[in-house]
Design a protein around this ligand. Structure first.
Ligand code: DX5
Ligand code: ZN
Length: 226
């Protein structure tokens, strides 16, 4: 993975057909996805449950780009080795998931992955001030995590603050939740480079109608880059 700040569209397979992940991943990549965003939920840190390391490992051979795994679980540390074995390129943990996020980020890098740190909407930018030398990505949640299709919460001030804190460091700013053609320009202007989008990418499409995924991805990219 080489670092750049170009806009990257990362469809969340939370909005894909859960009975057809392999074909769905191939379809979004064929249609222009830059990364594939994988939302892991545990029914404890968030009130929803998706899939675990065995499923993520099964997704791996279908992902040709970057497998971006977002852990909405607590605790995190006991599962880091399993997600490394599953083939995650980026592994993101929440600052709110436990008292030792610093150790968690060290462990993620130690296991050979890029380390991401995610912030819930109620958590200030300052929460990562002493973590930046351990992080490859900061994920700003623009919904309270747990479900796709929620209404965007404006975190522009937080993104702007993070962009200034990050300076020249090679750290991605990722936005997750409610990203569509209306909200993408706001977050991109504030300094985000990775835009996660679930419902806005998958709406209206299917593996039999993948061109709609392509049109949705292109529309978000155009909105973010104009
Ligand atoms: C929210 C997840 C998101 C979600 C985004 O808990 O982390 O990745 O799937 O979905 P949309 O784009 O539909 O808000
Ligand atoms: Zn996510």
């Amino acid at each position: 993975m080489t670092f750049d700040r170009a806009i990257k569209i990362a469809p969340s397979i939370l909005s894909a057909d859960f009975a057809n992940f392999g074909a769905e991943i191939r379809a979004i990549e064929d249609q222009g996805a830059d990364w594939v965003h994988v939302d892991v939920m545990d029914g404890h840190f968030v009130p929803n449950l998706t899939f675990g390391p065995m499923a993520v490992k099964a997704f791996r051979p279908h992902v040709k780009t970057v497998m971006d795994v977002h852990l909405m679980i607590a605790p995190v540390d006991p599962y880091i080795a399993a997600y490394a074995d599953a083939g995650a390129d980026v592994l993101t943990a929440h600052v709110e998931a436990g008292p030792h996020i610093h150790r968690t980020l060290q462990a993620i890098r130690g296991a050979g992955m890029k380390a991401g740190v995610a912030l819930n909407p109620g958590t200030p930018a300052d929460a990562v001030a002493h973590l930046l030398d351990l992080a490859d990505l900061v994920c700003v949640m623009t919904v309270n995590p747990g479900f796709g299709g929620q209404k965007f919460i404006d975190m522009t001030a937080k993104i702007t603050a993070l962009r200034a804190m990050i300076g020249d460091r090679p750290i991605h700013i990722e936005i997750d939740g409610g990203v569509d053609v209306t909200t993408a320009p706001l977050v991109a202007a504030a300094g985000a480079d990775v835009l996660v989008a679930g419902s806005a990418v998958f709406k209206g499409g299917s593996v039999r109608n993948p061109e709609t995924y392509g049109a949705n991805i292109a529309a978000i990219r155009t909105a973010a880059t104009r």
